[in-house]
Every structure is written in C-alpha cells, then in structure tokens.
Design a protein around this ligand. Structure first.
Ligand code: ARG
Length: 284
C-alpha cells in the first residue's frame, strides 16, 4: 500500500523589506534644454516647482519607509543632475564612478566623485569607458546585470566586473525609448534568488533568452507599463515605488505579495526619468 501525502499547504511567504541607503539630488536646476533621448523635447515647457514637489514626495516616501536618504548639492547648468542613479555604482563600499556619453552631462561625474571622496569612500575608481552607472547596472544580490546599446559602453561591463569584483551579465538594449537598463528592468528582491520585473521587447533576442533562463519567474511587463517608464521602479524587497500610470504592473506585483506605491513623477518623465533614475542606491 502506498501512503500519499496530503495536498501541500500553500504558505504565502510575504516579500520582506530591508532598510536601504539612497543618494538623491534635488531638481533645483531641472530643465529640458537639450535632447539626448526620445523623451526629451526642448520645446516642452518644464515646471521646476512641480518637479521639486514630485521629487520631494519621492524622498519623503523613502524616509517614511525607514530608508536613509543622503543628498548631493545640485549644480546650476546641470539640469540632469537630478538623475543621481547615473553617477555611481556602489557595492560593498566600492565606488565605480561615471563617465557620461553626452557632453552636456559630463561634469556631473566629478561632482559625485567629490561627494563620495568627502564622505570618506576610499575605494573609488573613475571609469575609463562610457559608464552611466545604475542607469545601466542593476545589482541582483548575486550578479550585476549590465545594459548597453545606447549609453554604457559594453567594455565598461568588463571594467565594472574588475573594479567591483562581482560577476557581470551583459544585456543588449534595442529600443531607443528604453535607452538605459533601468527603463526596462528593475530588481524586486535583492538576494541569491533575486526576483526581477522587465519588459522583454526592450532587449535583443539573445538577451531575452538570457533573462528567461536566469529569471524564469520574473514579472513580465507589457507595453503600457513600459511606456510610462513603469520599469523605472525602486523596490526595498516589499514596497515598490512606481510611476502612478503603471497600474498593470502594480496589479501583478500585488498578486505576488508586494506593496506598490504609486507616485506622480510626470515632470521628470519629460526628461526620460522616473523614480529609479532619481535614486542611487548604496548597496552594502
Ligand atoms: N535626461 C537624462 C538622460 O537622458 C535622463 C536620465 C535618466 N536616468 C536613468 N537612470 N535612466 O541622460
């Protein structure tokens, strides 16, 4: 006689939040006066006060969730400096700085380098290749996912692996609207068995197969989620900050036990940015 076990008891393990450290830079001098991605139209008026209000709401949200936010002083003449994610990749106390593709953004890298230096970071390397930092690099807790195709140089991926000492997985972006990795993919839970969300159509066929293989249970976003920059999310493992239009993605996250927090980030989207672009994470 065979004894069969009863039906497995399904216990829904809720995703757990962990406290994060973020670096942000207020959009005090925010404008759209040049165009370096398809979202940017210098003819569209920008409301700096509104950008500030939206940015402050983002910062307050992080603080309310118990995260620590440090700020870098914004600089006149650097309207994209609000997108702090582009200025460094920080892992285990090591800092890999940035080297921007667009000359209009080049000077941002040095302001952030100085900030890290005065904060006492010793292990700091400035890249020799074009490297737009967390715009194109996403730490999963096990590997560094690295985008190229529009901004970061593929050779910067090897440089990141060498400087940070973590395995790097290169992915190729193919849609100019999703010019940075963080416009089409983000990490939901950062650990050995990381969970991610992404928009497959932003990637080359080979890169899609890599993502399917590495993350068979990923949250797959649709074109509407991507078109509001919904993949520019910030997760602490449980709470997921998203642009408020990303309702389809938010519903999928709720099904998996996450808590989406929808914010209005419309003014910064005029420059092709969202919550993640404004948020540089200091990974332990
Ligand atoms: N206007 C900026 C640029 O084109 C937006 C950067 C957004 N940042 C990001 N991490 N995706 O460079």
């Amino acid at each position: 006689m065979t004894v069969t076990a009863g039906p497995a008891v399904e216990t829904l393990v809720l995703p757990k939040a962990t406290t994060r450290r973020y670096v942000m830079c207020a959009p005090k001098y925010f404008t759209v006066e040049y165009s370096i991605n398809p979202w940017m139209d210098p003819g569209t008026p920008v409301d700096v006060d509104l950008a500030m209000t939206q940015w402050e709401a983002l910062k307050r949200t992080y603080e309310r969730l118990g995260h620590r936010v440090e700020v870098v002083e914004p600089q006149p003449g650097l309207p994209d400096m609000v997108f702090a994610a582009n200025s460094a990749t920080v892992l285990g106390g090591r800092v890999l700085g940035a080297r921007f593709r667009a000359p209009q953004r080049a000077a941002e890298a040095e302001h952030f380098r100085r900030w890290f230096t005065t904060r006492g970071y010793r292990n700091l390397v400035m890249p020799s290749r074009i490297n737009e930092a967390e715009g194109d690099f996403a730490w999963t807790g096990a590997v560094l996912l690295a985008g190229s195709g529009f901004r970061t140089d593929p050779e910067a991926h090897a440089e990141a692996q060498e400087v940070l000492g973590v395995p790097v997985v290169s992915l190729r972006l193919v849609d100019p609207r999703y010019y940075h990795l963080d416009t089409s993919l983000f990490v939901l839970t950062c650990d050995e068995r990381a969970q991610i969300a992404y928009y497959p159509q932003a990637f080359s066929a080979g890169s899609r197969r890599v993502l399917e293989r590495m993350f068979p249970d990923a949250v797959i976003a649709d074109a509407a989620d991507a078109a509001c920059l919904g993949l520019n999310g910030v997760s602490d493992g449980r709470h997921v900050v998203l642009p408020m239009e990303a309702t389809g993605l938010a519903a999928q996250l709720v099904d998996r036990g996450y808590e989406p927090i929808l914010l209005d980030i419309s003014e910064l989207r005029k420059s092709g940015g969202g919550p993640k672009c404004c948020t540089l994470e200091l990974h332990a």
